[in-house]
Design a protein around this ligand. Structure first.
Ligand SMILES: [Zn+2]
Length: 396
């Protein structure tokens, strides 16, 4: 048995697990990121609280079975269809946290702030569930979540303005101050799409990471999710602040986002972490090596930007630090079967696993002293599958 420390998936939208295999087929021939988003909105707009729990639990159980022990959930479905808050405003955040705890994971609930479709653009009907007109309402929800979960051994709370597109400048500043005062993990989608950068330049006269630097967002708690289209000069600012880029290659490929300049990130001192994002795929070993493999595809060379130890650091030490769990990876463990066919005959050490093993080699997973996967089977598998059957019956 080869034992690894805990593995983090630092950027997840668990409800999007319901889209797997559906959007990939349907956009064939004509689709773009924005048409994918339309389908994702259809699913988001019909989910009831129990659906959200059931889909999230499936997503988390699958991640656990493949070796993930901690998840950063970038959670943005907050309100009822149409946009009215639930009587308990944080109900949907609570349902997602419950799903992660029932699957045995650590979770950092990154409460998303979402206010507009874009600069000068009216909100779309499907976005009303995500939106808070007043940023203070969103920050009040973070206060409630901190009060309820602040001392739980497997829960952390963070703050996540969705993107420079969805949050205006004054609200961004309010979020930055709020997170700094409370020392919270601070995540944002940055530079996933070229269109976002064009719009940011039009509104602010600056690119996203330039704007965020000017507002004081960049520091060791800051995670730029994707940073696919960020320029070397922007990555230099991110690296100088000891911030993170969260790379989500399975999703970025699926959505035709392009590939990030990984070599430049590493040269600039940007710390890396990884995310299952849309759950198009969930294997953290494949997700890790995809960073390096896609850099080879992008450059047409074999630069070896990240060796096995680099892939492992992004998955474990830095992954945990990016979602506010620095050091806790040592309290968690992932045991791999040396005889698993995915890496039988390959060099076998903890770091080598990130080049050769797949998640199917995972036999036992332990989080904070409890076993959550045994013999490759996650906790509560039959209840998890039963929940997913209810959701597919409802969502079609
Ligand atoms: Zn995302």
């Amino acid at each position: 048995v080869i034992t690894l420390e805990g593995i983090a998936s630092a950027h997840s939208h668990a409800f999007q697990r319901a889209l797997r295999g559906r959007t990939q087929a349907r956009i064939a021939g004509t689709g773009s990121f924005w048409s994918w988003r339309g389908l994702m909105y259809e699913v988001a707009s019909t989910m009831a609280p129990d659906d959200l729990y059931d889909v999230s639990r499936l997503a988390f159980a699958e991640l656990a079975s493949l070796g993930v022990t901690a998840v950063g959930e970038f959670h943005y479905v907050h309100h009822q269809p149409g946009g009215a808050p639930y009587e308990e405003r944080t109900l949907l955040s609570e349902r997602v946290i419950a799903a992660a705890l029932d699957a045995g994971l650590r979770i950092t609930l990154l409460r998303v702030v979402y206010q507009r479709a874009g600069w000068g653009r009216p909100r779309e009907a499907a976005q009303e569930r995500f939106c808070d007109t007043d940023v203070e309402d969103a920050l009040g929800d973070v206060e409630s979540l901190l009060a309820r979960w602040g001392s739980h051994p497997r829960v952390r709370i963070g703050l996540a303005p969705h993107s420079v597109r969805a949050v205006p400048r004054e609200s961004l500043s309010a979020c930055i101050d709020f997170a700094r005062e409370r020392n919270l993990p601070f995540h944002m989608h940055v530079g996933e799409q070229a269109r976002e950068i064009r719009e940011c330049l039009a509104e602010h006269g600056k690119r996203p990471l330039e704007l965020l630097d000017e507002l004081g967002a960049l520091d060791p708690r800051f995670v730029a999710v994707h940073a696919t289209h960020s320029l070397p000069s922007e990555l230099a600012r991110l690296g100088a602040s000891r911030g993170f880029a969260c790379i989500c290659r399975s999703t970025e490929r699926d959505l035709a986002d392009g590939a990030p300049n990984l070599s430049q990130m590493v040269r600039s001192g940007v710390r890396l972490c990884l995310g299952a994002d849309s759950h198009a795929q969930s294997d953290p070993f494949e997700e890790a090596r995809a960073m390096e493999l896609d850099e080879r595809t992008r450059t047409g060379a074999r630069p070896a930007t990240l060796d096995a130890a680099g892939l492992m650091a992004a998955s474990s030490t830095d992954g945990y630090a990016s979602i506010g769990w620095a050091g806790a990876e040592k309290e968690d463990s992932v045991e791999l079967d040396e005889g698993d066919l995915s890496w039988a005959g390959a060099p076998q050490s903890s770091a080598d696993a990130f080049w050769s093993a797949s998640g199917r080699a995972v036999r036992r997973v332990r989080v904070a002293g409890a076993t959550i996967v045994e013999g490759g089977v996650p906790l509560g598998l039959s209840a998890t599958l039963e929940g997913m059957r209810r959701v597919t019956a409802r969502l079609g």
